[in-house]
Write a protein of this length. Structure first.
Length: 283
């Protein structure tokens, strides 16, 4: 990705920002409808229906929903455990909605953490995520190797008293690249992932392996390289005794020598960012 002007967002980024805002609007709308007794499968279906009514026909991955200790991936050992279950939401229970729609060829992948009622522990996790957003941006601008940034995020989690739950994702990723895909009326899925997006990710992996980089941001050697220009869906995920919380949003990395233009979050008008600002005002 070439240099982008942040103040008046570059035209090629507007489509990504719009679909990311659409995804977060979906998450907020569905979260507002969640009630005691709703299952993860029902919450995932609510996200699909909401987005399809607004023109979404393709997905990086179909919507997920995790309730209770599943927000911390308690006992997760195999990929099938990520898929929605019949777990029912209860008062005071945390939840995560994770959705990745593709609209007009632009991709988003977002994570929304909430709770049905009061839960001070969950509030604490959400507040502590702010430091991770700041750390990631600062170190990407410093062009630190992705593997080192991953380790620093994990170290911050440990200092806060939390477990790193994105370690439970395939390849332990904290982020992955997203790109435009050809616009189609319908695209098939494989294990919940859109085939067009998978093709793009595989293509990036093949070319990246040849050139010494990876589209997956992980704790392993293949991520031991500086941030690659492009769009990265970043999702630090905290866990503590059966409670999990995360955000997921797009980080823009460019080839600019200007630190502020070299990396920036695609949008600062997001639910978790607004929450942190409101908490600072209230304090």
């Amino acid at each position: 990705m070439t240099t982008a002007v942040r103040g008046d967002i570059a035209p090629e980024l507007r489509g990504f920002r719009e679909v990311q805002r659409l995804a977060y609007a979906c998450a907020e709308a569905v979260a507002a409808q969640l009630r005691s007794g709703v299952t993860e499968r029902e919450a995932a279906r609510m996200q699909r229906v909401w987005l399809r009514e607004r023109g979404v026909r393709d997905w990086f991955h179909l919507p997920f929903a995790w309730f209770g200790d599943r927000t911390a991936f308690a006992g997760f050992r195999v990929p099938l455990q990520f898929f929605p279950t019949d777990r029912k939401l209860e008062p005071g229970m945390p939840f995560i909605l994770d959705l990745a729609p593709i609209h007009r060829g632009f991709t988003a992948d977002v994570g929304y953490s909430g709770c049905l009622g009061l839960n001070p522990l969950h509030d604490r996790l959400l507040a502590d995520l702010e430091a991770h957003r700041e750390l990631i941006l600062r170190e990407v601008r410093e062009r630190r190797p992705l593997r080192e940034i991953y380790e620093d995020v994990e170290g911050l989690m440990a200092a806060q008293g939390y477990a790193n739950r994105h370690r439970a994702y395939p390849f332990g990723v904290i982020a992955h690249k997203v790109d435009r895909v050809p616009e189609r009326r319908w695209s098939p899925q494989v294990f919940g992932f859109g085939t067009q997006s998978l093709k793009g990710l595989v293509s990036d992996a093949v070319h990246g392996h040849r050139d010494g980089w990876s589209p997956l941001w992980s704790p392993y050697r293949f991520s031991d390289h500086p941030p690659r220009p492009g769009l990265w869906a970043v999702e630090p995920h905290l866990g503590f005794r059966g409670t999990g919380a995360k955000f997921e949003e797009i980080l823009v990395v460019t080839d600019s020598r200007d630190p502020e233009q070299s990396a920036f979050w695609l949008d600062d008008d997001l639910p978790h960012v607004r929450r942190w600002a409101e908490e600072r005002v209230a304090a």
